[in-house]
Ligand binder design. Structure first.
Ligand code: NAD
Length: 503
């Protein structure tokens, strides 16, 4: 059986722990590879490689580091087809969607190519007599990233794109369910260094593992910062444990994004947007739209009818089928969990309009497929509304007024993203201002901010103060040093026994 190795110090390194995770082909349901799971000793080996490499990398001037990022972008682009196929084969998302996963990551790399500008500090001339003050941003040293299965290219690049460009070394612990693309990214980064005449072994290390590796990262004294993306309970645990060890931690968690539909929305376009955002990638996106809230009875009736008709046209297929809108979910266990939620929705009294259970594809009967599912008359008191399902399940929660619709995402435990569909600019503006959620779309179903803005939700969707990428990312991966310099002229001045002030 194929074995997926760590990438430590620029070398493909088999795990010696004897513990393995299974990597499935979600299309067929078969195990296609195994991945060695690191223990604390292997985590330490990756951290030591990073520690060794970091000072020389930090000493490279920012423009040359930017050239490496640029070379990396070119290398990934040149291998887009191969990487997308590899990604789809472990994740199950369709190839076009895997290319989107890679492309959104590359957009962060493009942002990181601007690092000479992003690292410019501040300067005050003449803050006092002969005194100038300046500040600079310096790398933290070694940072670590722990990433989820659902974006095995984009989310690692959110993190190491910025962390490396500002001069850190990095230890990436990707999801053990689809670990191959992160390893390829590590190898390509080394190649990008060679392309620029640099030996970058140890600057970006990729280490596989589960809780044992995560715990070792959180306890390792030489790791200065940890970026985590995954489910909320684990994000909270990572945040509490990492900060207790004195580390900087940003920990993004789960989500339950709502799409609010006002009576004046362009309903045909809204339905297209909702269906794409609810079922794309089999709903396995933290910015999916698994809840829609039509305002008013008339809107609800029309929306439901159009949604049900649109769902009829969807094609679920294997990830290599270019005509399929979405593929299988990631594991049999996850499929079971989603189908469990569908049953719970029925038991809780919601109306199951379209049932995606029991979906079977000829020739791929063992694949982890779930058909598109639609519920109506879902109530905020239901568990299936309150919890994240992370599958191709769309729930209609009817609201009678704008205020009732606004209150739903605002009161929900998650606050990642939300979208409003309307032609009324004033209503949209008021909604964006008042809603208690971190990222808002106005007629945009998946409002993932562009790379030079920052990504981050509120409430149980994110723990810590710093968002991903954009200037928030640069701040997260750097520390500010402020220098006060005096070049006195003339006679010696007396000792000062009181705190110096500016007069
Ligand atoms: P997960 O929480 O199971 O895993 C995330 C990471 O944590 C993986 O690297 C995994 O190896 C590690 N991990 C697993 N169990 C652990 C434990 N007990 N202790 C410590 N570490 C552990 O998440 P997932 O299923 O891979 O990804 C889906 C989740 O990620 C969803 O909840 C989704 O909403 C969320 N997500 C959030 C964002 C965001 O930006 N807010 C983005 C993408 C995904």
């Amino acid at each position: 059986m194929r074995e997926i190795h760590h990438f430590i110090g620029g070398v493909s390194t088999p795990s010696g722990t004897g513990r393995y995770g299974e990597v499935f082909d979600p299309n067929t349901g078969r195990v296609q590879a195994r991945v060695g799971l690191a223990d604390a000793t292997e985590v330490d080996a990756a951290v030591q490689a990073a520690l060794k490499a970091q000072p020389a990398w930090a000493a490279v001037n920012p423009q040359r580091r930017a050239r490496v990022m640029f070379a990396f972008k070119r290398l990934v682009e040149a291998r887009m087809d191969e990487l997308a196929e590899l990604l789809s084969s472990e994740h199950g998302k369709v190839i076009a969607d895997s290319k989107g996963d890679l492309q959104r990551g590359l957009e962060v790399i493009e942002f990181a190519c601007g690092v000479p500008h992003l690292l410019k500090g501040e300067y005050t001339e003449g803050a006092g007599p002969g005194i100038d003050v300046f500040s600079m941003r310096q790398p933290l040293g070694v940072a670590a990233g722990i990433t989820p299965f659902n974006f095995p290219a984009m989310i690692p690049m959110w993190m190491f794109g910025v962390a490396l460009a500002v001069g850190n070394a990095f230890v990436l612990k990707p999801s053990e369910r689809d670990p191959s693309v992160p390893v390829r990214l590590g190898e390509l980064f080394m190649e990008a260094g060679a392309d620029q005449g640099m030996d970058l072994k140890g600057v970006l290390n990729v280490l596989h593992g589960d809780k044992a590796a995560v715990d070792a990262i959180l306890q390792h004294p030489a790791i200065a910062a940890v970026s985590f993306v995954g489910s909320s309970d684990i994000a909270h645990y990572v945040y509490l444990t990492g900060t207790a060890q004195g580390k900087r931690v940003q920990a993004m968690g789960g989500a339950k994004n709502h799409g609010i539909v006002l009576p004046d929305a362009d309903l045909d376009q809204t339905v297209k947007d909702l269906v794409g955002a609810a079922y794309g990638s089999a709903g396995e996106r933290c910015m999916a739209l698994p809840v829609t809230v039509p305002v008013g009875e008339k809107t609800a009736v029309a929306l439901r009818e159009k949604l049900a008709a649109e769902i009829e046209t969807l094609k679920v297929g294997v990830s290599t089928d270019a005509s399929a809108q979405y593929g299988p979910v990631v594991t049999a266990q996850h499929k079971q969990k989603i189908e469990g939620y569908i049953q719970l929705g029925v038991d809780e009294g919601a109306e199951l309009v379209v049932d995606g259970r029991g979906f079977s594809l000829q020739g791929f009967e063992e694949g982890f497929f779930v058909g598109p599912t639609l519920f109506d008359h879902v109530k905020p008191t239901m568990k299936t509304y309150q919890e994240e399902i992370f599958g191709p399940v769309l729930q209609i929660v009817r609201a009678e007024s704008f205020d009732e619709a606004l209150a739903l995402p605002s009161a929900h435990q998650y606050g990642n993203g939300v979208a409003i569909f309307t032609r009324n600019g004033r209503a949209a503006r008021e909604f964006a201002s008042r809603v208690n959620v971190g990222m808002v779309g106005i007629n945009v179903p998946i409002p993932v901010p562009v790379a030079y803005h920052s990504f981050g939700g509120w409430k149980r969707s994110a723990f810590g103060d710093a968002n991903q990428h954009g200037m928030e990312g640069v701040r997260f991966y750097t520390k500010v040093k402020t220098v006060t310099a005096r070049w006195p002229e003339g006679d010696v001045t007396d000792s000062a026994f009181v705190i110096p002030t500016m007069r």
